[in-house]
Design a protein around this ligand. Structure first.
Ligand code: CA
Length: 304
């Protein structure tokens, strides 16, 4: 029996409770999600009742014997113990933060005197609609974020600097980098069967996804590039050869020449996964060569 909490799955100070083949996170105030990874839409209520900015004096008019009072927009009349009424700020965040109500903000709602505003997590900008958040592409906005020899990959809320490496050679097998994202095996000696069964090409791909995408969704396609004038393989087989221990992915054929990697279970970030997919070439049912694509997936901490 493995401790489900051993990997410390609860973030932001959440408390992990052991269960049968599962864990439960008890989140601190202001955090939600199965691993406390989300900021609650409503910020922890400050003691706004004590803040004079959140209550104002009503405008009142005496009409004959009745006093009529009204408040500015965003405030509502509330009686106080002494019988005098005051205008109390309407907490739109609390009002709309309840289950089943439309969300006011894509991320965090901040109540302000008489109104509210939306805030986005760091790495995101607020769109002109003032409620949606959009990832900042650090890779285009700044040229020298990543060290020399690495490539900047934009991710939701951040970026990564990557420099994929070819596998180390051993015996009579060696690889050479033919582009920043591709390795090719040097020709094998004729008699070396093990060498021929190692990938002829290894390519590297990087995807950035939001959390909790609706599945199934196609993430990646792998196809045979036909060389003009040269007979290609007459059949291809596609498969997953690594990184799918949790069954998040399936590889299926899209057409004769193309395989596609499909995400079948939603991913919750922040996390980084690598899945290795393989395409093998056959000529008259005899194995010719195989190609591996290493797909690295950066999952954002948010649903956007
Ligand atoms: Ca980014």
């Amino acid at each position: 029996d493995i401790s489900e909490c051993a990997s410390q799955p609860c973030q932001h100070g959440g408390t992990c409770l052991e269960g049968v083949n599962q864990y439960t996170c008890i989140c601190p105030p202001g955090r939600t999600g199965s691993r406390c990874q989300h900021q609650a839409q409503t910020a922890a209520p400050e003691r706004q009742a004590d803040d004079p900015a959140f209550s104002r004096a009503p405008r009142c008019a005496q009409v004959e014997r009745t006093r009529h009072c009204s408040c500015e927009a965003g405030f509502q009349l509330s009686g106080t113990a002494g019988g005098d009424s005051v205008c109390q700020d309407v907490n739109e965040c609390e009002l709309y933060g309840q289950e089943g109500r439309p969300r006011l903000c894509m991320h965090t709602c901040v109540n302000t005197p008489g109104s509210y505003r939306c805030a986005c997590p760091s790495g995101y900008r607020t769109l002109p609609d003032r409620k949606s958040c959009e990832d900042i592409d650090e890779c285009v906005s700044s040229q020298h974020l990543c060290p020399r020899g690495t490539t900047c990959i934009n991710t939701g809320g951040g970026f990564q600097c990557v420099s994929p490496e070819c596998p180390e050679g051993s015996g009579n097998v060696s690889y050479v980098k033919t582009s920043p994202f591709q390795c090719e095996r040097n020709p094998c000696p004729m008699d070396s069967r093990p060498c021929h069964h190692l990938p002829k090409t290894i390519s590297f791909h990087y995807l950035s996804l939001p959390s909790n995408l609706t599945t199934p969704i196609t993430l990646f396609r792998m196809a045979m590039a036909s060389v003009p004038g040269r007979p290609g393989p007459n059949s291809l087989r596609f498969g997953i050869v690594g990184g799918n221990s949790r069954g998040h992915f399936v590889m299926q054929r899209a057409d004769r020449q193309t395989g596609e990697l499909i995400l079948v279970q939603p991913l919750e970030g922040p996390q980084t996964l690598e899945v290795d997919v393989d395409m093998s070439e056959y000529l008259d049912r005899s194995f010719q060569a195989n190609h591996v694509s290493k797909v690295t997936i950066f999952v954002s901490p948010y649903d956007f």
